[in-house]
Write a protein that binds this ligand. Structure first.
Ligand code: HEC
Length: 111
């Protein structure tokens, strides 16, 4: 029945549009996080999907998942994050910034 087929098509179209939305938001958050990484961390860390760190001792962000638990990293950033390394300054992030930076780190892991 054509009417049913049309309704079905519409339904698929609508749910596809809904399914896309969270991804779009995620990407925007990660882009925000990338801007933070570039501004605050890129002086020492490789913050992109390729390239090496300007500071030889600083791990590349795309491999950070091997060093820190990204599930708790957001909270670490909120509570004065420090690597314990004298070369690395201590950071304290707002909740929004911590979420954004963590989203970006997740997006580039293993690249
Ligand atoms: C002035 C240089 C410098 C800047 C700026 C810097 N870092 Fe680092 N970071 C380092 C160095 C050096 C290490 C290696 C520390 C070690 O191996 O003990 C490090 C290590 C780390 C680690 C790994 C810690 C661990 O437990 O292995 C994380 C996570 C990290 N930095 C995050 C950041 C973030 C996020 C920023 C920006 C907000 C940043 N760093 C800015 C120099 C820097």
């Amino acid at each position: 029945m054509p009417a049913t087929a049309l309704a079905l098509l519409l339904l698929v179209g609508v749910s596809a549009a809904f399914a896309k939305k969270p991804n779009g938001e995620m990407a925007a958050l990660a882009r925000q996080g990338r801007a933070l990484a570039v501004r605050l961390c890129a002086q020492c860390h490789a913050v992109d999907r390729s390239g090496s760190s300007p500071h030889p001792g600083a791990p590349a962000f795309r491999a950070l998942g091997e060093r820190v638990d990204l599930d708790t990293f957001k909270d670490q950033l909120r509570n004065q994050f420090s690597s314990g390394h004298p070369d690395m300054p201590t950071f304290r992030f707002s909740r929004a910034d911590a979420r954004a930076l963590t989203a970006y780190l997740r997006a580039i892991q293993g690249e």
